[in-house]
Design a protein around this ligand. Structure first.
Ligand SMILES: Cc1ncc(COP(=O)(O)O)c(C=O)c1O
Length: 348
């Protein structure tokens, strides 16, 4: 039984209040556009993010893909960070299903893409090249909040070269809460924004895409094509409305807890933990058996995420201060055990 699950902020379970809202939801057929609760969610989000229209999706992956496909036609190109979720972690959907050519560009350590890299990657209007149509950014990016001035400069550069702009704002509210910026200000820098409701906001399912009316109508057609036209989504939209009404402010608690966790992990230099970034802490252990470390955590009901040598801790609604304390205890036990055999050998 997992007690403290730090693998991702996607692991939260709906609380009693959210379940009650779901049970009470008024529903209709959302494909016929007559699900009142889904419409209420879409109106609420488009207003909150200052865009003309919004569309509910089952996942962030599908919301991003529909957004990319609504911006770019077959054989056209989008500029994207080499480590961005849409490029790296969405199964290559833009290329496979959208026939969109990704032009990946290096992400700087702060999550940005250098402005000159963007400028240099925009292809001239020459039939040899794919037509560059779109700049896609991600915020937060691996927990990092992209600086305000960068958002303005990068999107202004894209616009000045005739490109559209899309934000993968899976954790847009984390960025807004951490920076003190209104989410609508961040969204205003972009033509379209996707936002996940099933991450730190704690809804069980769902993402939303916002943008101009005609863009959202195009995305609605694409959503149908991608198999994302769902019916009585009011049950899910009710959870999302509850999440937006109750779970935005608590994101600051997640950020505080991630900072506390980073402090705990920093007590053990071999863990190679970095500072917290909104609700995340990354660590690249050196000189310890990472598998043994994860196994010890697991034996104490603690789960940590990550692949390829880097582990990721994510705080969310279902972990608390006691969870962080239990991580501290587990680390102490692990490092005590590391030193004990040497001591007993010396005694022998
Ligand atoms: C930055 C980012 N974008 C998009 C997604 C995709 O969301 P989903 O898992 O709902 O498809 C994720 C999921 O982890 C993400 O972290």
């Amino acid at each position: 039984m997992m007690v403290d699950d730090f693998r991702s902020d996607t692991v939260t379970r709906p609380c009693e209040g959210m379940r009650a809202a779901m049970a009470a939801a008024e529903v209709g057929d959302a494909v016929y556009d007559d699900c009142p609760t889904t419409k209420r969610l879409e109106a609420m989000v488009s207003e909150r993010l200052g865009k003309e229209a919004a569309l509910f999706f089952p996942t962030g992956t599908q919301a991003n893909l529909a957004g990319l496909m609504a911006h770019c036609g077959r054989g056209e190109e989008y500029l994207v960070g080499q480590m961005a979720h849409t490029y790296r972690l969405e199964g290559g959907g833009a290329a496979v299903l959208g026939s969109i050519q990704p032009q990946p560009l290096p992400n700087e350590p702060d999550g940005t893409i250098a402005l000159d890299a963007i400028a240099n990657a925009i292809k001239p209007n020459d039939f040899h090249f794919a037509m560059t149509r779109l700049l896609a950014l991600e915020n937060t990016f691996n927990g990092l909040v992209l600086p305000d001035a960068y958002l303005e400069a990068a999107t202004q550069l894209a616009r000045s070269r005739g490109l559209a702009t899309h934000l993968d704002g899976a954790r847009l509210m984390n960025a807004a809460v951490a920076s003190g910026r209104d989410a609508a200000w961040i969204a205003a820098q972009f033509d379209s924004v996707s936002m996940c409701l099933s991450k730190g906001l704690g809804a069980p399912v769902g993402s939303i895409l916002v943008g101009p009316k005609d863009f959202i109508e195009k995305a609605r057609r694409i959503r149908k094509m991608l198999g994302g036209g769902m019916r009585q989504t009011g049950v899910l939209a009710a959870a999302a409305i509850y999440a937006l009404e109750h779970n935005v402010t608590p994101l600051s608690e997640d950020h505080r807890r991630a900072a506390a966790l980073a402090e705990v992990l920093a007590r053990f230099p071999d863990l190679g933990a970095g500072p917290s970034r909104t609700n995340m802490v990354f660590m690249t252990p050196k000189g310890i058996d990472t598998g043994a470390f994860a196994a010890l955590l697991g034996s104490r009901g603690i789960a940590v995420g990550g692949r390829y040598g880097t582990l990721r801790w994510v705080t969310h609604l279902d972990v608390d201060d006691a969870s962080v304390e239990r991580v501290a205890e587990a680390c102490e036990i692990f490092f005590d055990r590391q030193t004990t055999p040497a001591v007993s050998k010396a005694r022998a």
